[in-house]
Write a protein that binds this ligand. Structure first.
Ligand code: FPP
Length: 235
């Protein structure tokens, strides 16, 4: 979700104004995912590197997350949206951690969409975290190191047991992954758009899905071996 700051700057407003508009874009994209029958949406809201932003901006973002959660979590649950947070939470305030835990434990009659919000997340952290968990289990004699394979490794990553993303969208014009889901993006279709996040609406989202539908996903096979057109289930 890149481009909040520039969006605000174009309007001669502070960066905080862009982040608030960013929350509205999150809402629109969640609604668009439900309409498009996307089952999993993972949003990169705050990277482990974002702590190095000016203190006032970090404080504003924390405040915004807390207010957005308190305001929206109940309504999202009522609409069949399950919230999950991935990332290292210990650095967040007790209030924010409690609001995250509470929204994750909401009971849902039916789940239409799972939204993972990556906060204080880094793809390298996720991989190291999984390696540590497996090393501890091996030291305790619970697993045989030679039995570790990709499937068992993946179970220790923070997205587990959800599937890896079909489509990665980065707004704001930069063409890089910036330490997002490094393990999971191995075969994900990458889509980069110059649209700034606050302007990323349903039309822009559907343009990304249309581009995704044109891609041929071969997973190392030949074009003749794979003929059916994919549908994005995890964005
Ligand atoms: C990057 O754009 C954006 C962020 C670091 C914050 C993203 C947060 C939101 C969109 C709010 C999400 C809220 C919830 C509840 C999930 P930037 O500010 O770096 O933009 P720039 O590159 O134009 O400066």
């Amino acid at each position: 979700m890149d481009g909040n700051g520039r969006w605000a700057k174009h309007r001669h407003r502070p960066r905080a104004f862009g982040h608030r508009a960013g929350v509205q874009a999150v809402r629109k994209v969640i609604e668009a995912c439900i309409r498009a029958k996307v089952e999993v949406l993972t949003l990169f809201a705050f990277s482990s590197e974002n702590w190095s932003r000016p203190e006032g901006e970090v404080r504003h973002l924390m405040d915004l997350f807390l207010r957005a959660l308190r305001k929206e979590a109940r309504e999202l649950a009522g609409n069949g949206v399950r919230l999950r947070f991935i990332g290292e939470r210990s650095r967040f305030s007790p209030e924010l951690r409690a609001a995250m835990a509470e929204s994750e434990s909401a009971a849902l009659d039916v789940v239409r969409l799972t939204v993972n919000i990556a906060v204080n997340y880094g793809g390298r952290w996720d991989i190291v975290n999984a390696a540590q968990a497996l090393a501890r289990a091996a030291l305790a004699g619970q697993i045989d190191p030679d039995a570790i394979d990709q499937a068992s490794f993946e179970q220790h990553l923070s997205l587990a047991p959800l599937p890896e993303p079909d489509l990665f969208i980065r707004t704001g014009g930069e063409a890089r992954i910036s330490n997002f889901l490094l393990w999971h993006l191995a075969y994900t279709e990458l889509y980069f758009t110059p649209v700034l996040w606050p302007d990323f609406d349903e039309t822009a989202f559907l343009a990304a899905l249309t581009e995704f539908a044109r891609r041929e996903r071969r997973f190392g096979k030949t074009s003749d071996q794979v003929s059916s057109k994919p549908e994005a289930a995890h964005v």
